[in-house]
Design a protein around this ligand. Structure first.
Ligand code: 7TS
Length: 412
């Protein structure tokens, strides 16, 4: 069992009030809050160590470089990567996917080729492939989503054709909460020699993830959704793939040697990190990983599964409320999207905000999925390690109350 009361003490923001009410932060799928250890790592870096990396021979630069590379090693260990050099820092998960669509995609995807995605992808794992397909004359295919928010896996053998160059799918949906059977998808794709990119933006913060176990070829995720600062993303890829890939961006740090007419590339991972990286935030991300590891991802998953069970049970008791995605907490994460009959999710979000409850309302950057669900928007409550059962109860009470209020207002 997580000692949630103790954990909450590490997150000063959770003690603040919003509109005079204690904050109930349920927008973790958008971004998580940060523990003091992460904030302190930032302050410590800027007050003691600040210097550029991989350059100076002076003490500060050497220290900054060592701590930056230490954070890379930690990140690699956290996801079970065989070598730190297979971990590339980007700005966010979105940039990690774009890195692959440019640097790998332009070489491997040609006219008539296919890229297989799913109908539940975030725009970050959809639009980059649309751009690539358009540039290269390729086609996108999609694993359908069933009415209960799961992938129609029986379609996979048919969809993995001779022209498929890549499969790219999310580990966990940011709308449906669905945890996808990525390992199974990887096995089927690999049996046909097709590599797989996993969008781990929602999965990595909430589930134990091991890239060797998944056997995925690429994994993209963002630090800010897992207690780390904004401005740091990660691309993991198999070493052989990275070695063979051309760089994405050109500039300082990514070169071994440069002449006026040409350049040769640096070793991994720096070949993919042009320009001054986000040194301070990467180091603070290391502190976030330490924090998550101290608590344990298995424990976090167990806590969230129990919270999800509780929240779904309470929300289902509200008449006219529809939850999207699987209802079984074992098959899903703690991002719960829903709609209430006769109540626009934006209005609901606003009413909940007045109660100090932060949720997200909108299309959640999944417009095609919204169309599939037959809605333009949904409300979404998303939980993390510091959320409590009482907060799930406050959410359900506030939704019931909002329904009552709105019913009265709309019938005046
Ligand atoms: N993939 C998934 C599955 C996501 O949920 C998100 C962000 C991204 C990729 C992109 O992450 P970024 O850090 O590059 O922006 N999802 C959300 C969300 O659900 N609400 O706000 C951001």
């Amino acid at each position: 069992m997580l000692d949630v009361a103790r954990i909450r003490e590490d997150f000063p923001i959770l003690g603040r009030k919003v509109h005079g009410r204690p904050l109930v932060y349920l927008d973790n799928a958008a971004t998580s809050q940060k523990p003091l250890a992460v904030v302190e790592a930032l302050v410590e870096f800027y007050t003691r160590t600040n210097a550029n990396v991989h350059r100076g021979i002076h003490a500060l630069s050497e220290e900054a470089t060592a701590r930056f590379e230490e954070a890379r090693a930690k990140t690699g260990r956290f996801i079970g990567a065989p070598k730190p050099a297979t971990v590339i820092f980007t700005r966010n998960a979105t940039e990690a996917v774009n890195l692959v669509s440019h640097a790998w995609g332009r070489r491997h995807v040609g006219p008539g080729d296919e890229i297989l995605l799913t109908e539940m992808e975030h725009h970050s794992n959809l639009v980059p492939w649309q751009m690539l397909a358009q540039a290269q004359g390729a086609t996108l295919k999609f694993i359908p989503v069933t009415s209960d928010g799961q992938l129609a896996l029986e379609e996979l053998p048919r969809l993995l054709g001779g022209k498929t160059q890549l499969v790219s799918l999310t580990l966990m949906s940011n709308v449906l909460g669905t945890i996808n059977p990525v390992k199974e998808v990887v096995q089927q794709a690999h049996s046909k020699g097709i590599p797989v990119l996993v969008d781990g933006a929602q999965g990595v913060p909430h589930l134990p993830v091991n890239v060797l176990d998944l056997n995925c070829d690429f994994l993209a995720f963002s630090a800010h959704k897992m207690l780390g600062p904004t401005g740091v993303g990660v691309l993991y890829a198999k070493e052989a793939i990275l070695e063979e890939m051309d760089p994405f961006l050109g500039g300082g740090d990514m070169i071994r040697d440069v002449w006026l007419e040409k350049a040769v590339w640096n070793d991994l991972p720096w070949k993919f990190e042009a320009g001054t990286p986000n040194v301070a935030d990467v180091i603070a991300f290391g502190a976030a990983i330490d924090y998550l590891e101290r608590i344990g991802m298995e424990e976090i998953r167990r806590h969230e599964e129990a919270l999800t069970r509780h929240a779904i049970k309470l929300l289902r008791e509200i008449e006219g409320l529809t939850i999207y995605g699987p209802l079984d907490p074992a098959r899903r994460g703690a991002a719960i999207a829903f709609n209430v009959n006769g109540l626009h999710p934006h209005d609901l979000g606003q009413i909940l905000d007045e109660e100090g409850i932060a949720i997200r309302a909108g299309h959640h950057c999944c417009k095609p999925l919204m169309r599939k669900l037959g809605v333009v928007a949904a409300a979404r409550a998303s939980f993390y390690l510091y959320n409590t059962e009482e907060e799930a109860e406050l959410l359900a009470q506030a939704v019931s109350k909002a329904k009552g209020v709105f019913h009265v207002v709309s019938h005046r």
